[in-house]
Structures are given as C-alpha cells and as structure tokens.
Ligand binder design. Structure first.
Ligand code: BGC
Length: 775
C-alpha cells in the first residue's frame, strides 16, 4: 500500500516526483471521454519507466492466443485494446539540452488531476546541467463535448536565463502494445500528410482492418502573444514534426496550444477522414484552448450534479469517491451501443479493454442511478446485438436449439478468453446478463424493453441453462456439473450454489416475461416465437421440471448454502491465519494449493445473497456472511464492495465502512500493488454501490424505491444524488435527520426506513436517529 498522493476533495495531487511510482501515476491520472482515453504520459521526452497508452474505444486487435495446453473450443485470439497514435509528443530543447525528467534535476513537481474540471495538469521546474532553470505548465484533456478532440497547452518559462528554447511538436504512429503475445506490431502504416498546416497520420490494424487517422494543429505564443511559425513540417516514417524556435529573455515564456482530432472507420468511411479532421480541428481552433476548456468545465459541472457524493469531514473518503465516479464518467458515456466498459477502461492494456460480466453485475446500477436511461439501456443493447454470436458460441460447445452462452471476455461478441476453467465453466456470466435486464426494467419501469429486446435474450439464456443442468439418477434431482463460480479459487466444481441459483431464477423470470409479452403484445410475442423457434408448451414444461427439482448444496447444521457440493471437505479456517508475507495467495501459493484451500477470491454464495437479498431473511444473510467472509481474501477488486453492502444490510456498520474504504482507495493507494497496469474501473462502480446501496440503503424492489440509510460513526454527514424514474433525489444524512430533496412536480411514494412515505417537490425532512439500521 502506498500513500504518496495528497488528500484533497476535488483533486488528485502528486506533490513531488516519485520516479518509482511513475507508472502508477500514469494510470491514476488518466484522462478520457468515453470514446478515447489516455494514460498520464509526459508530453516531453522521457527515458524513465513508462507505459505509453492512448486508447480508442472499439478499436482492437485479435492477438493470437498463447496457451500452454490447447483445448478444443478455445478461441484463437485475445482481443486487445490498442495503444494508438501519440499526438501529445513534444521535444523541448533549452540551449541545446533535451528536457527529460529522468535526466535533469527536478526542483519542484506537481501532477494534478482536477476532477471538477476534467483536466490533467503538471507544473514543474527543472535545472539543466548548464545551469538553466525552466518552469513548465502543462494542461491536457480529452474533450467531453467534442469527443474526437484532444487539447494540450504547454508553456515553458525561462526562469533564470536568457537563451534559446525550441519546441518540436509531433504526431507519431510508431506505437506498440507492451502486452503483444508475439511481439507483433498491431498497426500497419497507411499514409501521412501535411494539409493546410495540419499534420495527419493514418494507420490500420492488422487482421481487424480498423483504419484510424489523427490530425494535429499547433498554435504558438511568445509571452502569451500569438506568433506565426513559418518553418516546414518534417516527415519521418509515420511521424510528422514541426519546430518553433524562441529567443527568450529571462522571465519570458513560450507556449504551444496543440489540438488533435482522431477519427476512425468505426465511425466514418476512410475517404471522409480528411474532411472530418479538418472540421474537428476548425471547431477546436475557433474555440481556442480556453474555449474548449470552458466547455469542458460546463460539461463536468452538469455531470457532477447528477453523480456527486459529498462526505463531510473525511477528505480521504471524499477524494476516493470522487475519483471512482470521475473515472466511471470519463470511461463510458453511453453514446454508442457498440461500446462497453473494460475492467481497466482507458488506463492500461491489461484485460484488453474488453467486456466482462463486470458490466452487468457492477456497472449498470451506477449508470442507472446517475445517467439518463439510454446510457444503461445501451449497455443492454450491446449484448442484444451480440446474441447471434452468443448462440454460435454455445453451438461450438455442443449446445443446441438457440441456446446462448455469452462470452466471458469479448470485444465483438466472440469469446476470446482462454483458460478452460473460466471460458467453458464460469458460465454464471449468462445469469448476470439476464439479471441486468431485470435490474434495468425494475429500476426504470421501461417494460417495453422486454418486448423489443429483452425476451429474446432471456429465452436464449434460459435454453442454455435448461441444457446445462442434467438429471442425476443418483440424486433424483437436477445438477449442474463442472462449473466455476465467481470465486475463481475453486474450479470445475459440481453444483456451485450461486450458478445454480441464478440459473433457476433466470428460468423462472423468463417464464414470467414470456407470459407478460404474450398478454401485452401478442403479435410481437408470435414474432419472437417464430424467430426463435420457441416451443412454449414443451420448453416451459421442461424448464418447470428443472426449476422445481434442482439440487442445492446446503449445510443444515450451520444453516448455510454451500459454495459447492464438497466445500465442507475442505480444511476450514479464517483468512487471518494466512501469514501476511504469503498474501496475496495468488502471487505466493501454488495454484493447486489455492484450489484445495477454503480461501475465497471474491463473493460467491454472497454474490447471490446480494443480488437476491429479498429472497432471504436477515438471519440467513448473517449466517452465510459470518461463515464465508472470514475465509475471503478479497483478491479480486470486485470483492470488498459486495461484502460492504451485505455487511451494511446485516447491521455490521464498522465492517461495512472498513470494506468500503478498501474498495474506494484501491487504486489511489495501490492497495493490490498493480495500479501500474491500469485502474480497476469496473470495481469503481462497486465503490459507488457500496456507498449508495450500503450506506444509503437504496434499493428498488417491484418498482418501488427503498431508502434506508445509516451514517458510519466516522462521518458527521453525507449526501448523494440519484435519478429515479425521471426524478432527481438528493439524500442528505446527518446524525438526527435525513433530508431528501426532490426535483420535479410529481409526488413520489417511497419506502423510507420500512414505512411508506410520499415525497414532494423540495426538501422532505425526516427527524429520527439514523445510526441504526431499522428496517
Ligand atoms: C475476477 C472476475 C472479473 C475479472 C475482470 C477477475 O479477477 O475474478 O470476476 O470479471 O477479474 O474484472
């Protein structure tokens, strides 16, 4: 765990340069706008440790799989998000000396992520070997409003000398991914050109044939006065550069404003790239750097209104929450149903920027509450559009009659994960996709979605479950064999309680939705029956015989659901008996030892109890929590948040707080020693859930909003905002009252601490001690 970043409510600040932590900071200070994102790499030359990363959503490369032992059915590639064109590059030369923070003497250094305005800044002074001192001020952002535009302002001031400073601005498509399996270059050059002082380079991805072009324009200033640069552009392979030389007097400054416009064949035909880049840069030029910045500020003010959480007197928690929210807001904006949320977003190469079950199980609740309805709807549509591929995937694994298995990892609907125990067996992801449909409809009330899209997906997933269970003659019950649950520290187990439970729920929910659509829109129902070849009588009957007779492993003595049939054969002991130097066990123990141990990577039975909390009484939650949490090592970033929510629900408030803090500051404090590879974006939605669902006690059951907050002992007050059914609610919790401010004219009836109350426009105050969970 590292605590090198200053604690402030709205900013992340690195107050001095930490060379050993540079790659961590590059991840933490990342910027993005939903369509593009980049690590906080330095603009100027840098010979120290760095992971260069500028990523474009949807643009990927199918990197040929590397596996030790090939299994039939493995996908032959892993989809990787690509490090794309570097448009930020600058060479700064001061009286013949190159600025490189790894070689010059750094006198002061600040790197700032201003989350209120959505910008990355650096301010530093350095001393060159010949005695010159310069001060640099750099500000950079990806525009949220013009989502093809990047903007950079970079100023160099001559602090103690008069002399020559030159700024070379370049655009460079000679970029690679560090995680290439066979050290291949994923890009092949297309063209480069200079057109009306805009430098453009273009390349295309091998195999996937995505074409990308990026153009840059530069504006230079001497002491903030515009100057025109006549020098020509220099062309090298896949790189164009332009140099501006300045004679500075002591105290003078020179500045470059650099703008980029990146376009791709994901959105445009390559013939129109030139025109689109010129249009984009003309808009950027017209507004100027300051104008673009102003638009950026306005955007973020509005976005924070929908999604901010305020904690009184705990700046560390405050900063962490805002950091999580900020990263989520800049990773996914919901403008395009072909895009999704990679576990590392735009902050690193690991996990390939691909889609995991994380989206449905963790991210959708966040966007449901903090963004317009179409944002989470687009995440559902993403899977709907990939249904055919999920059916093909199931066929490859031997399933029939329109059964679908959505991939564990995907970019385009095809499975690209290849560890057999996960690819073939971690099938609970199918359940999360169905659950997300339910979650969305329950939260928004948009039942039309079920008719237009949802039912088809539900039928296909249910067919998969119906074929995946088999009847055990021995048990005279349906069983599900060869499964990996969310706890990846047990593989190939039989009757994983969570997977069987979500499968059962899914079959029953699909049946319910079938009768809803049949009644509501018989024509559309018939259309779906025809399209899917659904045989209502026989299939429903088969589903029914399964759901009424599934084998669930249960320990009657302890009154707990068993993670899998043989769980009790394990040597059961709490995780706090593992010596600290052996943690995390994933990095210190052999794999077989982990598999044989009772230690749990992330919520498994408890994942089910969290998702289906209303199906169980408090004592059941508590017994299972008390049994499993002590054995849980939380070595997935997705783990603490679910436990925090359950702990809050049971009334373990201190534990809820502890787990919340662990999830909230995971990346800022580099808790798992891996932030250098990128931030844990999808678990950030878990942080939000731990707060709003855990502390705020927000849930929606049968379309009704429940608010059941408590105030952790360490806090004096907090408030958060959620949108619910076109209404905006701000919930403020203090020791003796809860005030819910409601926008919009229509009254809203909710369940507040177990009682039905109606909220009216304005502030609705409830006076009562709220330190205890009372429902
Ligand atoms: C977790 C998975 C998760 C993946 C990506 C893994 O470590 O076990 O549940 O989907 O990370 O976040």
């Amino acid at each position: 765990m590292k605590q090198y970043l200053a604690i402030e409510p709205w900013r992340i600040v690195e107050k001095k340069y930490y060379p050993d932590y540079n790659e961590i900071s590059e991840s933490v200070f990342s910027i993005g706008n939903g369509k593009m994102g980049q690590r906080a790499n330095f603009e100027e030359d840098f010979s120290g440790n760095t992971l260069q990363g500028n990523y474009l959503a949807g643009i990927y490369y199918p990197d040929k799989t590397r596996v030790g032992w090939w299994k039939n059915g493995y996908p032959d590639y892993f989809a990787k998000v690509l490090n794309a064109v570097n448009w930020i590059g600058l060479n700064i030369i001061v009286d013949g000396q190159l600025l490189d923070l790894a070689t010059v003497e750094i006198q002061s250094f600040e790197r700032i992520l201003d989350m209120q305005q959505g910008v990355l800044k650096r301010i530093f002074t350095v001393l060159f070997p010949k005695g010159q001192i310069i001060e640099v001020k750099a500000t950079r952002f990806y525009s949220m409003v013009y989502d093809e535009i990047g903007a950079l302002s970079y100023q160099v001031k001559a602090v103690n000398f008069s002399g020559k400073v030159s700024i070379t601005s370049y655009i460079d498509f000679n970029v690679r991914n560090e995680d290439a399996n066979y050290d291949e270059n994923f890009w092949t050059p297309l063209y480069q050109k200079i057109d009306q002082n805009i430098a453009i380079v273009s390349a295309k991805t091998l195999k996937t044939n995505f074409q990308v072009a990026c153009g840059i324009s530069n504006t230079f200033f001497h002491n903030n006065r515009f100057i025109s640069i006549e020098s020509p552009w220099t062309e090298e392979s896949q790189k164009n550069s332009l140099t501006a030389d300045f004679d500075l007097k002591k105290g003078d400054s020179c500045t470059i404003h650099k703008k980029s416009c990146t376009v791709s064949s994901f959105y445009y035909s390559p013939e129109s790239f030139n025109e689109k880049i010129h249009e984009g840069l003309a808009t950027a030029q017209k507004l100027g750097f300051e104008g673009l910045l102003e638009k950026q500020r306005e955007y973020w003010i509005a976005r924070w209104k929908e999604s901010d959480i305020v904690i009184q007197d705990d700046v560390s928690a405050q900063q962490a929450l805002r950091f999580n929210i900020f990263q989520l807001n800049q990773t996914y904006t919901g403008v395009d149903a072909r895009l999704n949320i990679g576990p590392k977003g735009f902050t690193g190469e690991k996990y390939g920027g691909s889609t995991y079950w994380d989206t449905e199980a963790y991210c959708i609740p966040y966007y449901l509450s903090t963004a317009p309805q179409n944002v989470s709807r687009n995440l559902l549509i993403y899977r709907y559009n990939q249904l055919d591929k999920a059916i093909e995937n199931a066929v490859k694994l031997g399933f029939k009659r329109g059964a679908a298995l959505f991939p564990m990892v995907t970019m385009n609907g095809e499975e690209c994960h290849n560890e057999w125990e996960i690819t073939f067996e971690e099938i609970h992801r199918n359940g999360a996709i169905a659950y997300a449909i339910h979650d969305y409809v329950n939260y928004t009330g948009d039942r039309q979605y079920l008719i237009d899209y949802g039912l088809e997906v539900l039928i296909a997933i249910s067919r998969f479950w119906a074929q995946r269970f088999n009847f055990s003659e021995e048990k005279q019950q349906y069983v599900m064999l060869g499964v990996t649950g969310p706890n990846e520290y047990e593989n190939n187990v039989n009757n994983n309680w969570y997977t069987s439970y979500i499968a059962k729920w899914c079959l029953e929910y699909t049946e319910e939705i079938i009768s809803y659509v049949q009644k509501q829109d018989p024509l559309k129902y018939q259309e779906i029956v025809n399209k899917t070849g659904f045989d209502p009588k026989n299939e429903l009957q088969q589903w029914h015989s399964i759901t009424t007779n599934i084998f669930f492993p249960i320990d009657d003595k302890r009154g707990v659901f068993l993670q899998q049939e043989n769980f009790l054969d394990k040597e059961l002991k709490p995780a706090n008996q593992i010596p600290l130097e052996e943690r995390p066990i994933s990095q210190n123990w052999s794999w077989d030892r982990i598999l044989r141990s009772c230690f749990i990577k992330q919520a498994d039975v408890l994942q089910g109890l969290y998702m289906f909390e209303d199906h169980f009484d408090k004592q059941t939650l508590q017994r299972n929590y008390d049994f499993y949490e002590p054995m849980t090592v939380h070595e997935s970033s997705l783990s603490p948040c679910i436990h925090a929510i359950l702990a809050a629900s049971i009334g373990y408030q201190d534990k809820a707080y502890e787990l919340f803090m662990r999830t909230a500051r995971l990346d800022l404090d580099d808790y798992n020693n891996d932030t250098n590879e990128g931030c844990h974006i999808t678990s950030m939605a878990g942080t939000w859930m731990a707060f709003v669902k855990g502390f705020g006690g927000i849930k929606v059951t049968d379309g009704q909003l429940y608010v059941n907050p408590f105030l952790p002992k360490k806090w004096k007050a907090y408030s958060f905002t959620i949108g619910f059914r076109a209404q905006q609610l701000n919930v403020r919790v203090t020791p003796n009252e809860v005030a819910i401010e409601k926008g919009g004219n229509d009254p809203l009836t909710i369940m507040f601490k177990g009682q039905q109350v109606t909220l009216f426009e304005g502030v609705n105050t409830f006076h009562q001690p709220i330190t205890l969970n009372q429902e």
